[in-house]
Design a binder for this molecule. Structure first.
Ligand SMILES: CC(C)(COP(=O)(O)OP(=O)(O)OC[C@H]1O[C@@H](n2cnc3c(N)ncnc32)[C@H](O)[C@@H]1OP(=O)(O)O)[C@@H](O)C(=O)NCCC(=O)NCCS
Length: 166
């Protein structure tokens, strides 16, 4: 149904097209990236790859059955066995379980390839789809948090435990 590809230099054109196409769609539920992100995309992409090489982050694109880039799922700020999870799925692929499956797969990678023991995630209170994705993947609410200036929740999942476990 989908596969995750670790971010590479040659993903840049498809990723930029994906972000352009979905800019308004994403801005309905999360902070807009701002014009500078699009204007400086090439250098930002190189900086992301450098961070990834340093082991601070693990970035992935989500690719569907047809080889199309339909989303991204990232682990950032790797520190002491934990990382922050973030994800976005484009409008054309929405509501088909893509985010749920991509998060499931990145949790598997986090535990096995990246040797992490916990993941942390944040979502605003009005992002029902995102809360559903986290809940279905065994994340539980551990507190309140401001997310982009809006009220939100902080979630955590211990890896190695089955979804639904603690
Ligand atoms: C949140 C997001 C990742 C969900 O992606 P997706 O691939 O559509 O998610 P799934 O198909 O796995 O859906 C999860 C569930 O939420 C439901 N859902 C989707 N959009 C919804 C909405 N606007 N309101 C309520 N439920 C919604 C889905 O129907 C699904 O439930 P179902 O299987 O019972 O139908 C996607 O909408 C997105 O990228 N949004 C912008 C970025 C973002 O919010 N990222 C998360 C920040 S923490």
């Amino acid at each position: 149904m989908l596969r995750l590809e670790r971010l590479r230099a040659d993903h840049a054109p498809a990723l930029l097209a994906f972000e352009h196409e979905n800019r308004e769609y994403f801005a309905r539920s999360i902070s807009d990236r701002g014009d500078a992100y699009f204007e400086e995309f090439a250098s930002l992409h190189r900086a992301r790859l450098a961070e990834q090489d340093a082991g601070v982050c693990h970035f992935h694109v989500v690719v569907d059955d047809h080889g199309e880039l339909v989303g991204r799922v990232n682990l950032v700020d790797v520190e002491e066995g934990d990382a922050e999870l973030g994800y976005r799925i484009g409008e054309r692929a929405a509501g088909r379980g893509m985010a749920t499956a991509a998060v499931e797969e990145v949790c598997r990678l986090a535990a096995t390839a990246y040797r992490l023991s916990t993941l942390t995630a944040y979502t605003t209170l009005d992002n029902v789809a995102s809360m559903t994705v986290l809940g279905r993947n065994g994340f539980t609410v551990v507190g309140e948090a401001g997310v982009g200036g809006r009220p939100g929740l902080r979630y955590r999942r211990r890896l190695g435990a089955e979804p639904g476990g603690r």
